[in-house]
Design a protein around this ligand. Structure first.
Ligand code: TXA
Ligand code: MG
Length: 321
């Protein structure tokens, strides 16, 4: 299969890209689309065959459920029920990088939720993704546009590295604004359980209910929260930031200049501003992974704000099982 990439630099480009995407999606195909978090691989969430195409292209196991993206309240109520308690949270964070896990409605086929009675729902903020949703008039199931178990793509180039020849269309729209996947939460009796840390931090959620830490033992129902995810092929370990003797080592750090510290073959220096660092995190991991190293050492960051999401991704990249 030839993978076509369409740009969205001008107004005309955008209109053409959206029309092409809608055409492919309406015919049950899959399309890689930009979102404000990472690039997603989208298909009509109400069409089980179309959604099967996502699993096939990504080599994603069928037990890992997808997030359904909606444009407005009408679409939201088509896909799920929203128990009372969600209003204030959604009013504050939608459209944006927050996903909620709520009871699903019959319009959503089993393949989307891996048979779970709940569905993960998000209203994205990216203008291109929103326009596709509105023109298609259907909710879109969309996981990150990477092969299963690999680093999420934050540029159209990353999507091509992952899925070239496996999907018909990539809509390119510059690097993703946040750079890490959406925060996933589930409400239980007025309390918020964070299933995945993301751009919406636990501190930001605190105003909307007591925030419960994610407890893996509690989540046989979130199979996608597998320990090893976002993994580069090169072994990665979390600090201390000294190289392993005899190994070609790369360093991923936050601040500290661009000079190469003794014993390292390669360094990627991200911003000390963690919001900014998050936007470059996956791209830096990809560059280190492509550098022919034996090992990547990642410096830990403070677990506050988006630091929770960054540490979560680094731990998952370090997990080998
Ligand atoms: O930012 C994002 O969320 C991106 C963009 C494309 O929107 N999407 C994304 O999707 O990260 P994905 O498939 O890579 O991650 C979805 C996560 C998985 O870990 C999955 O297990 C979890 O959402 N999930 C989906 N449905 C769920 C459910 N009903 N209950 C619990 N977890 C669920
Ligand atoms: Mg993913």
């Amino acid at each position: 299969m030839i993978t076509e990439t369409v740009e969205t630099r001008t107004r005309e480009d955008c209109a053409r890209a959206v029309a092409r995407a809608v055409e492919v999606l309406a015919n049950g195909g899959v399309v890689a689309l930009p979102t404000e978090t990472v690039y997603g691989l989208a298909a009509d969430a109400t069409n089980a065959d179309a959604v099967a195409g996502i699993f096939e292209a990504k080599h994603r196991p069928l037990f890992d459920p997808l997030i359904v993206h909606i444009a407005d309240a009408g679409m939201a109520h088509l896909v799920a029920e929203f128990p009372s308690g969600y209003e204030a949270l959604l009013k504050r964070f939608w459209p944006g990088p927050l996903t909620v896990v709520v009871p699903r409605r019959p319009a959503i086929p089993d393949i989307v939720t891996a048979g779970l009675p709940t569905v993960a729902v998000r209203m994205p903020a990216h203008p291109i993704f929103r326009e596709v949703l509105e023109c298609l008039g259907k909710p879109l199931a969309a996981p990150s546009a990477n092969r299963f178990g690999r680093i999420s793509p934050t540029t159209a180039g990353h999507v091509r590295e992952e899925l070239d020849g496996r999907i018909p269309l990539i809509v390119a729209a510059g690097p993703a604004e946040h750079g890490v996947e959406s925060t996933i939460v589930e409400m239980e009796r007025g309390r918020l359980r964070v299933l995945r840390n993301g751009p919406v931090s636990p501190e930001q959620l605190a105003g909307f209910g007591e925030v419960l830490e994610m407890d893996e033992a509690d989540f046989p129902s979130a199979p996608g929260q597998l320990k090893s995810h976002y993994a580069p092929a090169t072994p990665l370990r979390l600090g201390p930031d000294n190289p392993t003797p005899g190994k070609r080592c790369g360093l991923l750090r936050f601040g500290g200049g661009t000079h190469l510290p003794a014993g390292f073959d390669r360094v990627e220096t991200l911003s000390v501003d963690l919001r900014e660092a998050a936007t470059e995190l996956f791209a830096a991991m990809r560059r280190l992974d492509a550098a022919g190293l034996d090992e990547i050492v990642a410096e830990p960051v403070a677990e506050e704000g988006i630091g929770h999401a960054i540490m979560d991704r680094l731990r998952k990249a370090a997990a080998r099982e």
